[in-house]
Design a binder for this molecule. Structure first.
Ligand SMILES: [Zn+2]
Length: 284
């Protein structure tokens, strides 16, 4: 019988996790920042709790050089359960010197060649930081070139920039593209599907009509689940609690309801999508 840790208390969640734990189900978190400082003193507890909640794969995304190192260490420590996605996030470009960019790229290249990197991520473009737009484009270009060189999938942040990114992607030789937390425009979905790209959706699918519409319009084969923790979600049932992979049953349940699938089948399809996308088999 799996033991619950102290991260999610028995009475904190409106769902009956006891019943969930009895189901032959497995969950995958395609996008979480286990390397984030906010998790640093509880990461071991979070990972063991996730395993108890039948989470069989977590992709630790990175923001900068320090979190790249941390993601890689976690992937080594929890081999086969935690996987490293390395990259420079558009929010990090503001304080990024040329030397920082170079040493991060070299680190990714070296470890990518050693077969220790699952994907390039989190990278992308963010319209909110227009003042460093040219710098964002330069870093994005460098990250996409690393994905080409290492033949790795890319995990993309595309807030307000999905159309721009989809327009730029054909100039790179990257085959596997994941638009994380894709939310709009719905009209872009036909192109996303045609190109064989994937989207990953997290806790907002439970309460956001916009995200629900994305899931409705995407084939289930192109959908992955995520938490993007430590980002917090303030609507019920999450109520601003620390985000952990233990939130995934809510996410899968919402996806299954939209797709009119049974929860176990939806979870299984998503785990297979994970394998198809990353080329890594979740445990279990
Ligand atoms: Zn993220």
């Amino acid at each position: 019988m799996p033991v619950r840790s102290g991260i999610v208390k028995n009475n904190e969640c409106p769902c009956s996790f006891k019943e969930d734990l009895a189901m032959p189900i497995r969950y995958v978190d395609a996008h979480i920042h286990l390397s984030d400082e906010e998790y640093s003193d509880k990461v071991d507890e979070i990972i063991s709790e996730a395993a108890n909640f039948k989470v069989t794969a977590m992709v630790s995304n990175s923001m900068d050089y320090a979190t790249c190192i941390n993601s890689l260490q976690l992937a080594r420590k929890y081999r086969g359960l935690v996987f490293a996605a390395l990259g420079v996030h558009p929010w990090s470009v503001n304080n990024l010197s040329e030397d920082d960019l170079q040493r991060t790229s070299e680190f990714i290249l070296e470890n990518g060649r050693a077969g220790e990197v699952l994907a390039i991520g989190e990278v992308g473009l963010d319209y909110k930081y227009k003042d460093v737009w040219d710098r964002q484009l330069k870093v994005f270009d460098e990250m996409l070139h690393l994905a080409e060189l290492l033949n790795l999938p890319v995990i993309l942040h595309s807030r307000g920039t999905s159309e721009k990114i989809v327009e730029l992607l054909p100039s790179y030789n990257v085959k596997m593209v994941l638009l994380h937390w894709f939310s709009y425009p719905i009209s872009l979905i036909s192109k996303i599907v045609e190109r064989g790209y994937y989207v990953s959706e997290g806790p907002p699918v439970v309460y956001s009509s916009g995200i629900q519409a994305v899931v409705q319009n995407m084939p289930i084969e192109n959908i992955l689940t995520e938490t993007d923790g430590p980002v917090r979600y303030f609507k019920p049932p999450f109520n601003g609690k620390l985000t952990t992979p233990a939130f995934l049953p809510h996410v899968v349940r919402a996806v299954a309801a939209i797709k009119k699938m049974n929860e176990v089948d939806a979870a299984d399809q998503i785990a297979r999508n994970f394998e198809n996308f990353f080329g890594a088999a979740p445990k279990g």
